[in-house]
Design a binder for this molecule. Sequence first.
Ligand code: PMP
Length: 378
Amino acid sequence: MQKRYLFTPGPTPVPPEVLAAMAEPMVHHRGEDFRTVYETCLTRLRAVFRTESDVLLFAASGTGAMESAVANLCGPGERVAVVTAGAFGERWAAICAHHGLDTHRIAYEWGEVPSPDEIGSALAESGASILFCTQSETSTGVVADVQAIKAAAGEATVVVDAVSSLGAVPLETDAWGIDVVVSGSQKALMCPPGLAMASVAPPLWERLPASRSFYFDWRRTKQAQEAFDAAFTPAVSLIRGLNVAMGMLLDAGLDAAFERHVRLGRAARAGLKAMGLELFSPDDDTAAVVTAARVPEGVDGGALLRRLRDRHGVTLAPGQGALKGKIFRIGHIGWFDVFDIAVALAAVELSLTELGAELERGVAVSRAFEAYEARVPA
Ligand code: PMP
């Protein structure tokens, strides 16, 4: 018997209230029982997205919402621009290429922070009228300034992947004028994987080409949601869970969640640095979602993660792509507190020591608590 700790940047831990809601007996999705939950859930989603627009809800992982954006916004062979700075920017590019679009990359090294001004000029030069970008690039820990990216993008339609950031860091969909935001259930929304969302700004509806997806046809979903009667059999249990999770998030206040994530990021960075590790993700408060550190010289990154999981029950995330084996990532997203950070740090310290790394021992956890306790300036 081994206790398991899930500290990956998705899926993330799910509160017991949410698990309990998902365990309720099944009801039919065309009856009043479900309609009430569906209506509340869609209203809460708008509050979490900070928008008055429709938020379309699909049974899919986050990538489903990303693909829905490509399939509904872009005409055949259209030129589009994509910001790439990690695995999920690459995912946008791959989806666009798969749909036969003329995909223009605005490329950054993995780990670089995209510059809104550069993106603005590159977008203008590309002639594209749709820009796909990522708010929290989960593979590197970088959180991009999507407010400034939208401001630099002129008249272009800006589509933001907020799969790992929605509910963790501020995203003012309406106030910042973000045209489309996509997200998923299994990160800061504190639910299991399986639900994907897309908010769509009203002016877009008149301009949409015919959807190239049947299941992800935005018009069909919007029409169905307006009657609180899902287009297809909805993921009833997951929607019940999401409804409860968003109720918890909104009752505590989104701003409180944003502050907590900043403080968790501070705690993770302070602890990793205290044991002598080098950060890969930025060493500042923007990095409030995922903290990535370099695996120390002489240690096998794969062996570190296996030892953490198999011997100590702690699941962290590896590096992706070319960063595999070179970094490890701690997700501190959603239903997460400073004691979780303490467990993650203590387990990293112990595992690295077991693997022969020279570390400063016994200081990481106390530094993490000190950093957590420092108040976030208003
Ligand atoms: N974008 C980002 C930023 C993500 O973190 C993820 C999931 N790690 C995805 C997209 C893809 O989501 P999913 O795995 O749910 O399809």
